[in-house]
Write a protein that binds this ligand. Structure first.
Ligand SMILES: Cc1ncc(COP(=O)(O)O)c(C=O)c1O
Length: 442
């Protein structure tokens, strides 16, 4: 076999000659977290941020498909050939369930948007890539994001080579004074802040939510500073039964400062891979012609995934139709499970770690999937590996959500896909691990 000048055999590539970010941990953290749960299938997983599986029903997929086809025929007047084409063919780049999504946003969130400003995407993940790609025009463009930050956003930003400047977390997950400081500092350094990514409701990983006054101030800052807010909201509907549902930033947005990133992964099914972006901003070209930002994003999408699978859209559309376009209604049982599990997890943590003097603390989110436990020692993937192999419990190290190399004394627990019995077993095992670590270090 011949060897090339740089010592490679045919079929071999130097890692250094691929996109640089591929060797960075940020791009591998999702894979790592998936892979460890495959390697330790017997371990109790308090790691996965997946929706509850107990209500998944194979027959519902066919039912949703039928319901959507019926809608095309009866509500929209499609002929049978047109229905067939809508499902089997390439389709509209911006998607075919935009009208249903607009209805859903109006019903569940009080967000009134023109369906034309919606692009249906392959999961929220694609929506992030489209928006970040559009905003990144040159090397001085930057995005701001509150730390700890969702790894999917960090990875998407790396793919389009848009640096993310960290902003400090306040009690609700964001420190608005620091946001103003970081904006000033970035501009003084010749950088151009294009937007700020934010999860106002039950954030991943912190579980925290913003107060109404903070939401209003954040919108005010965005309008004054001329930046977009990229609002990501996959967990917003999962507030506890007795908890208050705060309005989204988009519902409060009077100046079109908010690009709203939506996901059906937690409220319908992640397997469909359907998400969307609401981008109702006006884009003005050099001749004064106006278009919607959604239309600009759809040009990028046409070169990335062409269109979102119409079959997947039909399944999600059918679920929306079956529930009068309300995902609050569709998720009543799931919300009950999450509320029950979160309470059990918080009570279980309080029972096992009653003495704050030992330095073990945890927050108390009022919805969503996640709780953060802080411990008096660094947490990393080697500790997770040991936790999985020797103690039989999985969780997520919080260092994945910080700058590379950060030392973080915290772990994230998820309560969404476990039974009450598994929560008890998982917490017993976690307590054993933490107590052994404390003994070893004392
Ligand atoms: C903050 C955040 N955004 C978005 C998503 C979902 O993205 P997708 O719709 O691509 O599954 C998740 C899923 O874990 C998430 O935690």
């Amino acid at each position: 076999m011949s060897t090339t000048a740089d010592g490679l055999q045919p079929g071999e590539l130097h890692a250094g000659e691929l996109f640089g970010a591929l060797v960075e941990p940020a791009l591998n953290s999702m894979n790592f977290l998936n892979e460890i749960s495959i390697r330790y299938p017997e371990a109790v997983s308090l790691a996965a941020g997946r929706p509850a599986e107990e209500f998944f029903e194979i027959g519902s997929i066919e039912r949703y498909l039928r319901r959507f086809c019926q809608h095309l025929e009866q509500d929209l007047g499609y002929s049978e050939a047109e229905v067939r084409r809508a499902l089997f063919q390439y389709g509209r780049t911006k998607g075919i369930v935009h009208g249903l999504i607009a209805a859903n946003l109006a019903i569940d969130e009080g967000i009134e948007v023109d369906p034309e400003s919606i692009v249906v995407t392959v999961g929220c993940q694609e929506a992030m890539v489209l928006v970040l790609r559009a905003l990144r025009t040159g090397p001085t463009d930057v995005l701001l994001a509150f730390t700890p930050n969702y790894v999917g956003l960090t990875g998407a930003a790396r793919l389009v080579e848009l640096p993310v400047l960290p902003v400090a977390a306040g009690p609700g997950g964001i420190d608005l004074d620091d946001l103003e400081v970081q904006l000033r500092r970035a501009r003084a350094a010749g950088l151009r802040p294009r937007g700020c990514y934010v999860m106002p409701d039950f954030a991943n990983p912190s579980g925290l939510s913003l107060e109404l006054a903070e939401r209003r101030r954040l919108l005010q800052i965005a309008a004054t500073e001329g930046i977009l807010l990229l609002e990501d909201n996959p967990y917003g509907l999962f507030h506890h039964a007795d908890g208050q549902h705060q309005p989204t930033l988009k519902a409060l947005d009077e100046h079109r400062c908010v690009v709203y990133l939506g996901s059906f992964a937690k409220t319908a099914m992640p397997g469909a891979r359907v998400g969307y972006v609401v981008a109702d901003q006006q884009v003005i070209d050099s001749t004064g012609q106006r278009s919607l930002l959604a239309d600009e994003l759809s040009k990028i999408k046409s070169m990335l995934t062409v269109n979102t699978s119409p079959i997947s859209q039909a399944v999600v559309g059918g679920k929306l139709l079956e529930n009068d376009c309300s995902l609050v209604q569709a998720n009543e049982r799931e919300r009950g499970v999450y509320t029950r599990n979160m309470r059990q997890m918080l009570e279980g943590l309080a029972a096992r770690f009653p003495d704050p003097e030992k330095g073990i603390r945890f927050n108390a989110p009022v919805g969503g999937f996640f709780v953060v436990v802080t411990v008096p020692f660094p947490v990393d993937d080697s500790l997770l590996e040991r936790s999985a192999a020797d103690y039989g419990v999985l969780w997520t190290s919080m260092h994945h959500f910080y700058e590379p190399g950060a030392v973080v004394n915290a772990l994230r627990l998820s309560c969404s896909t476990v039974t009450p019995a598994q929560i008890e077993t998982g917490l017993d095992r976690l307590a054993m691990l933490i107590n052994d670590e404390l003994k070893m270090r004392s």
